[in-house]
Design a protein around this ligand. Structure first.
Ligand code: MG
Length: 393
């Protein structure tokens, strides 16, 4: 089987006005759908995170992959070493094509299932009210408990991650306290995207210690800052900001800066790249969790195949999926049961493209001037005093 063409379709997916330390999510999230065509008539699917800039890299990666076999992942990885994000997306499409060609699920190529179902976490956001937005305005600790309750009831999640760095730190501590009170047996985590100073991070960590927090994600900026915070708290620190490449790991381990690494197949070199990361984490007694940007069902399926085959991934995975109302897969959105997903049935990733939906979301991309999204500009429209500097507190 040889790769003959890589078909790329950029899409724009409506996104509610979710807040984070940079500002507020733009009205559309950008994704690129990959269809890796082969001379055997089998097509592999994948989904990349990004817009026009990544599109250029993917075009180059597709050209470089033409004539290669999707089975030889290491050869392709070396060939595309200058295009790591494009490689990450292409790798998933290769695995999907290979698995489809032999009528097996992708998880069989990743070592087989070690857990029947993959638990996910609520991704709790402070937010403004958007158009046709069923979640409303959530900008107080009390309103956030209401949001978490809905996530719990609608999806069955029993782990909840708060996207912090939005309200002043003491109000976010109060939010965590109310969440603990409302859900005494659930797991809680918070991620302020490195917007706090070292001093604020330590003060917040001390306040969170009695609440039995699963981990504190990227409280402050940089490895030295994280190490300074880690020395002062017994809450594990996790990251998707200071360690996002193998080259970042030796110093992070040496400085004892982090205790949990978030994998993400979109930038850790695909599903096999995340497997490599899992082995390293195991060796150095680091925990492994899973990161998420806005995404659609193809990515969600890939996340499930990976998590279901990775014993070291013991934390519930992050996902933005419930915030997206649209998808590009046949049958509509994948449905969580008791806060979990099982790998979709069928060969490969187990998902097929819905051509009408793909065309509709591609039209959004062409129509909307969101190709260079700027959260800060959006935020400044709402709050003229807003400054996306770090540390802000
Ligand atoms: Mg994070």
């Amino acid at each position: 089987m040889r790769i003959t063409n890589l078909k790329l379709t950029p899409v724009a997916v409506p996104d509610p006005p979710l807040r984070n330390s940079w500002g507020v999510h733009a009205p559309y999230a950008l994704r690129i759908i990959l269809e890796l065509e082969t001379d055997e008539g089998v097509t592999g699917l994948s989904e990349a995170n990004g817009g026009a800039a990544l599109l250029g890299e993917l075009v180059a990666a597709g050209k470089a992959a033409e004539g290669e076999t999707p089975w030889h992942l290491e050869r392709l990885r070396v060939k595309l070493r200058g295009l790591p994000r494009a490689w990450s997306a292409l790798e998933v499409a290769c695995l999907d094509a290979c698995a489809r060609s032999i009528g097996r699920p992708v998880y069989d190529l990743l070592g087989g299932l070690v857990r029947p179902r993959v638990p996910f976490a609520s991704y709790l956001f402070y937010k403004y009210e958007g158009e046709n937005d069923r979640w409303g305005d959530v900008n107080t600790p009390e309103a956030m408990v209401g949001e978490a309750r809905r996530f719990r009831e609608e999806y069955g999640f029993t782990t909840h991650k708060l996207k912090g760095g939005v309200l002043p730190p003491d109000e976010e501590v109060e939010t965590m306290r109310l969440l603990r009170e409302a859900f005494p047996h659930d797991r809680l985590r918070i991620d302020p995207n490195a917007i706090w100073s070292v001093e604020t991070s330590i003060r917040v960590a001390k306040a969170l210690e009695p609440l039995d927090i699963e981990y504190l994600e990227d409280p402050t900026h940089g490895l030295a800052g994280m190490a300074a915070v880690a020395r002062q708290t017994h809450i594990p620190l996790s990251t998707n900001m200071v360690v996002n490449d193998m080259a970042d790991l030796p110093m992070a381990v040496e400085m004892r800066a982090v205790q949990v690494i978030l994998c993400d197949h979109h930038y850790w070199g695909g599903l096999t790249g995340c497997k490599r990361l899992a082995s390293v984490c195991e060796s150095f007694h680091l925990g492994l969790s899973m990161h998420s940007n806005n995404h659609l069902g193809i990515t969600l399926a890939a996340m499930v195949h990976l998590a279901a085959t990775t014993p070291h991934l013991i934390y519930a995975c992050d996902t933005h999926y419930p915030w997206q109302e649209e998808d590009v897969i046949v049958g509509g959105k994948l449905r969580f049961e008791d806060g979990s997903l099982t790998p979709p049935a069928g060969p490969g990733l187990g998902v097929e493209l819905d051509r009408d939906q793909l065309a509709k979301l591609h039209e959004n991309f062409q129509r909307m001037a969101t190709r260079n999204r700027d959260d800060s500009a959006e935020m400044l429209k709402r709050d003229p005093y807003y400054l996306p500097f770090r540390p802000r507190w």
